[in-house]
Ligand binder design. Sequence first.
Ligand code: 3PG
Length: 215
Amino acid sequence: MLQVYLVRHGETQWNVERRIQGQSDSGLTEKGIQQAQQVAQRVRHLGITHIISSDLGRTQQTARIIAQAIGCDYVVDDRLRELDMGVLEQRDIDSLTEEEESWRRRLVDGTPDGRIPQGESMTELSQRMHAALSACLELPAQSRPLLVSHGMALGCLVSTILGLPPYAERRLRLRNCSISRVDYQQSAWLASGWVVETAGDVSHLDAPALDELQR
Ligand SMILES: O=C(O)[C@H](O)COP(=O)(O)O
């Protein structure tokens, strides 16, 4: 059975400032670096064979810390990027106009093809995240990959594996440097295919991680 670990990157400056990142970028804070180090300590005995990271800076910084600590190289896959938040990238979440808030609401309320102008829909995000996950099935037998990605991207992936719509990800709190695990299995009794073993585990972190979902 293939086990795939899913890690959201460490806390960044814009996470702290409540600025929308999307496919824009900000660096890890000191706390974010410590969180990545704690992930490395948590996974170092799990037999991780591959680390595959979104190509954005914050995820690569996280992947590099884990890779160096466990002695495993990492590669990048741009399909693991965060949702493209279009014209709202870099904006302060608390400064959006009513119209801008309506764009954000349509993104996550199930509006067909809901998107922020110049951004991605949740369906498009789900399609590329599943493509990146499915690529793990092509790795050599006995592989145990760890993917480093983003809050909405991983929330969308886990939600859709559970059979929920892509926009359900707002009901799943995946904090910075949380660890989730999904397994690919063949089973006559349980679901065949991807199943969720763990979602949003932060027990390895020595301090509470940010909860940006709270206004
Ligand atoms: O700010 C964003 O774009 C998302 O809400 C969180 O993105 P992140 O997981 O890359 O911080």
